[in-house]
Design a protein around this ligand. Sequence first.
Ligand SMILES: Cc1cc2nc3c(=O)[nH]c(=O)nc-3n(C[C@H](O)[C@H](O)[C@H](O)COP(=O)(O)OP(=O)(O)OC[C@H]3O[C@@H](n4cnc5c(N)ncnc54)[C@H](O)[C@@H]3O)c2cc1C
Length: 359
Amino acid sequence: MKVVVVGAGIAGLVAAWELARHGEIDVTVLEAERRPGGVIVTEQVQGFVVEGGPDGFLAGEPELPELATELGIGDHVVSQQARGTAVWTGKALEPIEEGRAAQLLGIEASGAEVKAGFRSFANGMSEPVAALAQRLAGTLHFAQGAAGLVRAGSRWHVAITGGSSHDADGIVLALPAFAAGRLLESVGVTHARVLAEVVYVASITVSLAYRADQIGNRLDGAGFVVDPNLVGAQHAAPLQLRACTYASQKFAGRAPAGHALLRAYLAPGDGDPAKAAHTLLAQILKTRGEPLWSRTFYWNRGLPRYRARHAEHVADVRHRLSRLPPLAIAGAGYDGAGVSACVRSGREAARLIARAMAR
Ligand SMILES: Cc1cc2nc3c(=O)[nH]c(=O)nc-3n(C[C@H](O)[C@H](O)[C@H](O)COP(=O)(O)OP(=O)(O)OC[C@H]3O[C@@H](n4cnc5c(N)ncnc54)[C@H](O)[C@@H]3O)c2cc1C
């Protein structure tokens, strides 16, 4: 029995890992890009640990520590060290409740969940991705995007960009909802249009490295958010700063001794994000001189934002999929956008496929 998992973000990798542990299932993972992890990207730059996408997960969420233990890297889970958040009012940084800061950024978590803090991995969020990719070596195929899906009796036929194809008894689509929606519409699940309509918000993250003596203000806590009223007022400005994480304070080991790593979170606009971030941080944190280096990540379709009746639409699509040969959807577009929710979603999709194929 063969299962094709489409997408090697965290949801797809976890689905493949869960399926591969059922000895009798032959798993193939198809990934359009040349690396695994999707939105999860960690780079090691001159002794700094730079996160392009997620930088942690809520401390109360068990999914990543459990996965890490299975992968033999349970002792690599680290807890947030500096705590506390401020709001930039346009004139000063004023301390606020961490739950309130999350709310201002549109993060869906209760105040109590955020109060417990965040956790990450000693070498960054791509540690579990690398461990999964290592365990799945041989089943992972890069630069192989699924271009088409065809139902062939009780099986599936997946066409790959470039002309090759795979036949499978089961499919896990671990893609952004808009990409999964398009493939499902092509196999007659017309209601899947609602998935294609899930909005993914664009954002930019800029990591900037400084010597500690370049930062004029004392860095208190883990970072700050910008008052949303101010973000509105910045409309004339080309790029809008939403928040800044003091990355080298939030988790240990993110910068060499005597250095600071800041991560700015910007809404897209015109201009050079690294320059804009540096200029705004110079004003807010009184940084002096140029950063040692900076690294910008563009997320044209970053975090999904669910609309009204999202859960109902997803349940309806899943109900329609249950009438087809085994096919499951997993990932940030459906049951929660956080990394932990994606791990849970990947596992659930794999279990659903394994059960459907056992029938
Ligand atoms: C800037 C940013 C910061 C974030 N911060 C946090 C955080 O701190 N904590 C947290 O919990 N969450 C955070 N998130 C959310 C979380 O990181 C993501 O929602 C999650 O990692 C998505 O995982 P996924 O597997 O569902 O999708 P993705 O990571 O998007 O993976 C999908 C994969 O499918 C591939 N693909 C697409 N089309 C095809 C195709 N046709 N064929 C084959 N492959 C294809 C893509 O290349 C990609 O690798 C953040 C997200 C962003 C953008």
